[in-house]
Design a protein around this ligand. Structure first.
Ligand code: MG
Length: 328
């Protein structure tokens, strides 16, 4: 990590991700898993899950990607990020096989990528000011709250910038009175929306909060895949889709359609990821309202290049597949 990465629930100075390659017919597809303790994932379990699917996957007709995905979901049952790694590699392989950039297969227009936000982790006010100044090139900031010093953080941010801000409390406000007071205060600070103010399981309390505030409330930890959308649509204004939660691009695409049908706003987000998973998600971004695809910008040792970011604009290349170069 460029900076120690602090959220409401934990703090890390490094992250350990798992890369995967699918080699078949002289074509290589690349994928990545970013295991997250919040979802019971570890690098060890993820690696094991990826390996246990290897032989069966290679025996399949890979061009029938939805069929392969079904097989994958039966083989890998409890590490969604491992499914995601396999699915990203599968879709990279497939679009290389067809000699097309992945966005063409999706029918998404790379000129319509939304601006990505850039995330500022929880820190002391002086360090917050330093981080915000260092993020001058990014037009939208996402500010992590839910710790002990929320007001100090926002005051520090607002002392150096008037950019649009998005807030992510990562389930940090654990009673509804606290949450409503925080959100009411934030409403006067130029905030676009609030992500996951309260714990995912506190659906009733979140519904109570939503009735009392004007800023959109977005589900992140409360929504994993398509099966959750009907429930969260009753409580939240929008959802944050992440490949690592959904288990890959095919399920993320289903989520986009289901969320649109339910009238939800949609963000595509990420964990701390390299350019493999970030670029994969960027191909889906023209289909959603907001992007938070900055995981690769927060690390010092990305082995890959793919989507570029210029003043917050996500710029996809037109190489076949997801369009990444590099290896490990
Ligand atoms: Mg979040």
């Amino acid at each position: 990590m460029k900076n120690t990465w602090t959220l409401s629930r934990n703090s890390n100075s490094f992250k350990e991700n798992v890369f995967v390659r699918i080699d078949k017919d002289e074509i290589t597809g690349y994928g990545e898993a970013a295991p997250n303790v919040r979802y019971g994932e570890t690098p060890e379990l993820t690696e094991k899950a990826i390996h246990q699917a290897s032989k069966t996957i290679l025996d399949q007709d890979l061009s029938n990607h939805s069929q392969v995905k079904q097989v994958l979901d039966e083989l890998i049952v409890d590490q969604n990020c491992a499914r995601a790694a396999r699915d990203i590699a599968l879709m990279d392989w497939n679009s290389k096989k067809r000699n097309l950039p992945f966005y063409k297969i999706l029918g998404s227009n790379p000129d319509n990528t939304p601006l990505t936000s850039y995330t500022i982790g929880i820190d002391e006010p002086d360090m917050i000011k330093t981080k915000v100044s260092a993020a001058a090139e990014y037009p939208i900031l996402k500010i992590k709250l839910g710790g002990q010093n929320d007001e100090d953080i926002i005051n520090a941010v607002r002392s150096v910038t008037d950019k649009p801000l998005r807030i992510d409390a990562n389930e940090g406000w654990t009673d509804k009175e606290t949450a409503v007071n925080k959100v009411k205060w934030l409403e006067s600070k130029g905030i676009e929306f609030i992500e996951q103010p309260m714990p995912a399981k506190m659906l009733e309390e979140t519904a109570w909060l939503k009735q009392r505030v004007d800023i959109p409330i977005i589900a992140d930890e409360a929504v994993i895949n398509t099966a959750d959308i009907e429930t969260v649509a009753k409580v939240y204004d929008g959802i944050n889709i992440k490949l690592m939660k959904s288990g890959g691009m095919q399920e993320a695409l289903k989520m986009i359609h289901a969320a649109r049908n339910a009238g939800l706003k949609i963000m595509i987000g990420c964990m701390i990821e390299t350019s493999i998973a970030i670029t994969a998600a960027a191909h889906l971004s023209p289909l959603v309202d907001w992007a938070d695809l900055d995981g690769n910008l927060l690390i010092t040792n990305d082995p890959f290049t793919g989507v570029k970011v210029n003043q917050g604009h996500l710029i996809l290349n037109d190489n076949p597949g997801i369009g990444i170069t590099g290896d490990w």
